[in-house]
Design a protein around this ligand. Structure first.
Ligand SMILES: Cc1ncc(COP(=O)(O)O)c(C=O)c1O
Length: 468
């Protein structure tokens, strides 16, 4: 490309169009053929050599050639988390409208941190935050903002909780969470300066839920020891098994004990949009703060997380710092700066992708897509058990189930994952429950069909038979 004057990093209109069309073509081709592709590929050991020791090029390369290298050599070496047979971890079944929203945000390079620089985006983000607030039954006083994902949502919420309840007096504070809570919570608490002994991991019950009596007992014992119970974290859908803690009971306990209740709904909160999800997540509306990741079960491209806080003003109390060079960003009445409510000053406009997708498809389509995730897990679990060779380690719930080969040991299940990665038809991954390795499927991709499930079960059966 030759467009523009050297040193201006510019393309001509026509060059920009051509580059853009090529990128859109690459995305469309990828998405339209995804189900027929391998679920993903891991680069060969030794592939690093091809990328090592190469200095940044001084000379230009035509955009088409640069793109070809990315599409041909880089992107194929990924696990396609939006593939209809990608059942590992938490899939990322984004959607095309969301991807186009990201392109728009990037093209305009929107600064969504302050009212003075981005009042339009601030207004739209508030509208989307209010949608999430209303779906989850939070009061009008609630506030929140978009962040990169669940890890940052958890960190942001816990920082607000610490500021509101402890200030700088954190020494004797204790945070309660279950042994199934996501690792990002321990990471966030570590970043916030809590020592490992300040995290009380409550052993879960047979259903992998936090037993509220044990929690109450631990809080009582800690008070007797002169400690300062301050926050309980409940899970609205654990990553391992989709277990949902009894949020109504935990909220009751937190209220009577004066504890902050944070709910990690990064994975599961979106299920409130369906009838059964709403029933399963009863009590979520009582949380003081909530993590809710649209880049999981609300089908947005990465990165798209959201944190809600019951008393929205507490976010500003935790995060607002105004130096002299930002004095003219100070919000007037009826204006606000999302930069004052979270960690980032310069922040992108993540709310737009969720807003544009919901506007385009309509919320009813999202409700149906989430419901499908529940159903696919039930179908897959039923098909696995029907073979007579697999047994369930946990039932299908919240779009997740865990399973084991009858008579298979831990090593067998780990080998199965290696086989699936090498084979490329479908991917489920392993986890450990009560010391035993199991396989786990998460079926939240709305493009997964019953045929995809059947093909996966068949393939797993063939692989298992080979390994036995
Ligand atoms: C329950 C739960 N919480 C938090 C996270 C972390 O979210 P992220 O990876 O978006 O930071 C995850 C990720 O899978 C999760 O499942």
């Amino acid at each position: 490309m030759t467009g523009g004057e050297a040193g201006r990093l510019e393309l001509t209109r026509e060059e920009m169009r051509q580059a853009g069309y090529r990128v859109v073509d690459a995305i469309v081709e990828h998405l339209a053929t995804l189900g027929g592709q391998r679920v993903g590929t891991k680069a060969e050991a030794g592939a690093a050599r091809a990328w090592e020791g190469r200095a940044a090029p001084e000379k230009p390369t035509p955009f088409a050639a640069v793109l070809e290298r990315v599409v041909g050599e880089v992107l194929p070496n990924t696990m396609h988390v939006n593939h209809p047979r990608f059942f590992a971890y938490v899939p990322g079944p984004g959607n095309f409208v969301g991807a186009m929203a990201d392109a728009l945000v990037s093209g305009y390079n929107v600064f969504a941190g302050t009212w003075i620089s981005g009042s339009g985006p601030e207004l739209l983000e508030r509208e989307v935050v209010n949608w999430l607030r209303d779906w989850c039954g939070f009061p009008q006083s609630a506030g929140g903002l978009f962040v990169s994902g669940g890890s940052l949502a958890n960190l942001t919420a816990l920082a607000a909780a610490r500021e509101a309840r402890l200030g700088t007096e954190t020494d004797k504070a204790v945070v309660y969470l279950s042994d199934q809570a996501h690792s990002s919570l321990a990471k966030g608490l570590r970043i916030l300066g809590f020592a490992p002994h300040q995290l009380a991991a409550i052993e879960t019950d047979a259903d992998f839920r936090m037993p509220v009596e044990a929690l109450a007992e631990r809080i009582r014992a800690d008070r007797e020891r002169g400690l300062r119970p301050f926050c309980t974290i409940a899970s609205a859908g654990t990553t391992n098994t989709g277990a949902v803690d009894d949020m109504a009971a935990i909220a009751g306990l937190c209220r009577s004990e004066g504890l902050w209740m944070h709910v990690d709904g990064a994975y599961g909160a979106a299920a409130v949009l369906t009838g059964r999800g709403k029933r399963l997540l009863a009590g979520i509306e009582l949380a003081d703060s909530l993590s809710f990741d649209p880049h999981k079960w609300l089908f947005q491209p990465f990165e798209c997380g959201c944190v809600l806080v019951r008393e929205g003003r507490l976010l500003e109390e935790a995060f607002r710092v105004t130096p002299e060079y930002l004095k003219d960003t100070q919000a007037r009445r009826a204006e606000w700066n999302y930069a004052d409510q979270g960690i980032q000053l310069t922040r992108g406009f993540r709310a737009l992708k969720l807003w544009m997708s919901i506007e385009t498809f309509g919320l009813a389509a999202f409700r149906a897509a989430i419901e499908r995730g529940f159903e696919m897990a039930e179908t897959a679990a039923e098909r696995m058990v029907r073979t007579g060779r697999w047994e369930l380690a946990t039932p299908a719930r919240m779009g997740i189930f865990c399973f084991r080969r009858v008579g298979g040991d831990d090593a067998f299940h780990l080998r199965m994952v290696e086989e699936m990665v090498a084979d490329g038809t479908a991917l489920a991954t392993s986890t450990v429950l009560r010391g035993r390795t199991v396989l786990r499927m998460c079926t939240i991709n709305p493009r997964t069909t019953v045929e995809d499930i059947e093909r996966t079960v068949e393939r797993l059966e063939e692989m298992a038979a080979r390994l036995e």
